[in-house]
Design a protein around this ligand. Sequence first.
Ligand code: GDP
Length: 694
Amino acid sequence: MARKFPLSKIRNIGIMAHIDAGKTTCSERILFYCGRTHKIGEVHDGAAIMDWMDQEQERGITITSAATTAEWKGHQISLIDTPGHVDFTAEVERSLRVLDGAVALFCAVGGVQPQSEQVWRQSEKYSVPKIAFINKMDRVGADFYKVVGRIQSILGANAVPMVIPIGNEDSLRGVVDLVTMKAIIFDEADHGMAFHEEEISEDLQELAQKWRANLVEKSAEQCDDLLERYLEGGELTEEEIRKAVRTATIARKIVPVYCGSAFKNKGVQPMLDGVVSYLPSPEDIAPIIHAKNENIVRHHNETEPFAGLAFKIMSDKHMGKFTYVRIYSGTLNAGDTVYNSVREKVQRIGRLLRMHANRQENIEIAHAGDIVAVVGLSDTRTGDTLCDRNNQIILESIEFPAPVISISIKPETRNDNDKMGEALHRLAEEDPTFIVHFDEETEETIISGMGELHLEVLVERLKREFGVICAVGRPEVAYRETATNKVEGDYKHSKQTGGRGQYGHCYLRLEPTDPGHPFAFVNEVKGGNIPSEFIPAVEKGVIKAMVKGPYAGYPVVDVKVTVYDGSSHDVDSNEFAFIEAARVCFRNLFLKGHPELLEPVMSVEVITPEEYMGGITGSICSRRGRIESMDDQHGQKVVRGMVPLSEMFGYSNDLRTMTSGRGSFTMHFERYETVPFSISEEIIKKRRDANKIR
Ligand code: GDP
């Protein structure tokens, strides 16, 4: 079946925003206009439209899916959900991997807020071309030009207005389109669903001319012959300006800026025009490359072998599990058998679905550039590559940080034990930074995640979506341990208890490695001193010792272990004996290698009125934190620092007290750092008392 939209007319985009900037409202408007393009200007019964929207909202089906597909002026737009909260960094990273362009949303009053800045930087890391939408232009204190300046100064982006507002705050009526030089007025009478064009009013002429000149100059700058003509006084056509803006946006040389009020239905449609005119189609994106072999490449077209990335797993009460897949090349048919090249498993595609704002559409075939939901992938996890079995490729997986905080959890009623287990399993499948494990020694279920808020949200979901009410323990920091010195030595596990004995003997060398290389195992045994069939047992023994580290019972990271000699016995050597020899050998060496405890350190950002600054900086320092910067932002102070996670428990309460509720803070995991010796001694003592280490 031929595709409905040519590749050049596909836009896979995300909306990136600080929480509260209006992402939900804006996404709803986009989907609404997209579903209704043919009706705009035709329907005069505004109330009916609002009714439809209210119903949609009540049923909450508008943007709950990971990717919602809609149409705008002959283009297929897939809106990929990006979360606004930094605690869920992994979610942001994952969506950035599969989208081709983004709309960065800013509040016309708040401007570039700290979280917008962080998400912006993440998107730069993935080279995502962007346009900006300055929302909430109807609010008191809205200042379009100031926010444009902020995008330039704080984010260092070449922000180029494509429109300027007509009116401001209460009197916002529409925008001037600086390409066509027409005023677009949104009609109040029709709930702003409809709009009309008119000439630019006298009083705005001068300002519009000035910004038009800016637009032409900035876009021409990116194109030598246009610039030459422009400098010689020649006018550029609309067509030429659009083309230059498109090229420059995709090359990430400029960021076109739009504005309006999603809430008041003003200015969203011109921004949608911007999405289709200036953001890239899959054709404009570099081909994808095999993660381990740069000679294997797939271009974004449907004639190449199939390759796609599973980027999100979601459960639905009725349908079961959906896996969202971005197709990079080739086609995918319902009923196809594909290959999961990461897990080396054949997977059958059950149903294929395209998610729309208000319905799920069963489709038979999907093409390169599409984002679809697949039902029936049993062994596929987030970040896995799916491909043609005869033309295998592994795409760079999405990197997820290891969880930094744990709590024990148990259902309030005993009968809910199984239900809780099942629900936790489902949630962990959806979210790779959420890990569940059962601690055999304490007989507790432990859940781990990226922050207190992350775990709170998951416990809340257990209750709302699965009906399991749980009691949780105190949050605990996920410490790690490592050795800092190189040491070597041997251990012989030898037992003679009549009959057949046990004999395993190995020499190990233990060395620290750079952070981020959790574990490497190397075999340098010569001459079969340890028969090759027992080498895997040596590795197993080392890993066994690393799970609960010898120093404080936390997982061991950042070490390299080399087995370089040993001996064996013809009769008494077996797998178990070598596992034991390696386990004890590693334990002994590790304790000699100057072990250290590592702790997660968070980057913390506090926003506060100036009068509380002294208290805030004091609170960071007294929590073993370091202040990194202090800035002014919109009349407030922004304090950034690094603080160990263990010291941040209960900070939101303290901050509330300190600032009479006027300060706010966000934090996210930055890296693991060494715990000062005196503190690690205390932690170890406590664990010993609680019998968590032998
Ligand atoms: P999100 O947290 O980014 O998803 O933001 P929401 O869409 O939930 O919006 C947060 C709040 O801002 C809600 O109360 C919205 O009604 C309001 N809001 C969203 N867009 C606008 C706008 O354009 N103007 C005004 N005045 N309020 C808006």
